[in-house]
Design a protein around this ligand. Structure first.
Ligand SMILES: [Fe+2]
Length: 265
């Protein structure tokens, strides 16, 4: 862990909704002070935990005052500090993220990439798409939005038109990379679904918030469709038949060699 730095800040986005802005590699975190329970959306890296504690203290909260954690997906920069909050908070994630966390699937979570192996915790609640989380003053609808990775969710507050997007889409309509377990075609589908929502502002896991969500989402959809087409061209250019032949050869049962009849001498 590091000492708290002054490169972080807290922004009150709406009444009782706060953004804890953290620099990379950590994600931002979002605190919703519900009535009466407090929810944290993503926890940032484990190394960033002192900064998270400092931001909470500014609001008169201790880590034990976080009642629920919702993880937008399974990447290390969004989940790392969960291990420090796990004893007192209920943790929720989509099943495709929860499973990878449960099995410590480092290949997908990428924690070792920055010496941030996942700490000892698991998701208590495996939340499917369309689940509702009622906080009293706000309610969050879970949307499964695979693409960046398979376990991505966004959280939509329909009354206020707020959307917490994790790494699915950033301000300006910027897209994420597509990492292990992700899919370009799923990404296109997820963004098209998000573009149909009523959203006044969206709150991503990195960078600034979006105050022009309609335009940003339209750009993200267009760019993801272009990426899909580009990937087809690239795929065609590669010798895919040879690649698949080698792949299938490794999984198919090898044929028995033909029986040779003994030839008369
Ligand atoms: Fe991510």
């Amino acid at each position: 862990m590091t000492n708290p730095t002054d490169k972080t800040s807290t922004v009150e986005l709406r009444p009782d909704i706060y953004q804890f802005r953290f620099g990379r590699p950590s994600s931002h975190c979002y605190l919703i002070k519900g009535k009466p329970k407090n929810v944290l959306i993503d926890t940032g890296t484990g190394a960033n935990f002192p900064n998270l504690v400092a931001r909470l203290a500014e609001l008169g909260l201790e880590p034990a005052d976080i009642h629920m954690i919702i993880l937008t997906h399974e990447h290390f920069d969004h989940i790392g500090s969960t291990a420090y909050l796990f004893n007192t908070a209920v943790v929720a994630a989509h099943p495709l993220a929860a499973n990878k966390i449960e099995l410590q699937d480092e290949f997908v979570m990428m924690g070792k990439y920055l010496d941030e192996p996942a700490g000892p915790f698991h998701a208590d609640i495996w939340i499917e798409g369309d689940a509702m989380i009622e906080l009293g003053n706000y309610h969050l609808r879970v949307l499964h939005t695979p693409g960046h990775c398979s376990g991505c969710i966004c959280l939509h507050e329909p009354d206020q038109g707020l959307l917490f997007t994790g790494d699915t889409v950033f301000a300006g309509g910027a897209l994420s990379g597509i990492f292990s377990s992700g899919s370009i075609s799923d990404y296109v589908h997820s963004l098209k679904r998000l573009s149909g929502l009523r959203v006044e502002e969206f709150y991503p896991g990195h960078g600034p918030i979006s105050k022009t969500p309609r335009q940003d989402m339209q750009k993200a959809v267009a760019d993801s469709c272009m990426l899909m087409e580009d990937s087809k061209v690239l795929f065609e250019a590669l010798d895919t038949k040879a690649t698949f032949r080698r792949l299938f050869a490794t999984v198919r049962k090898p044929k028995k060699p033909p029986q040779t009849e003994s030839q008369p001498e």
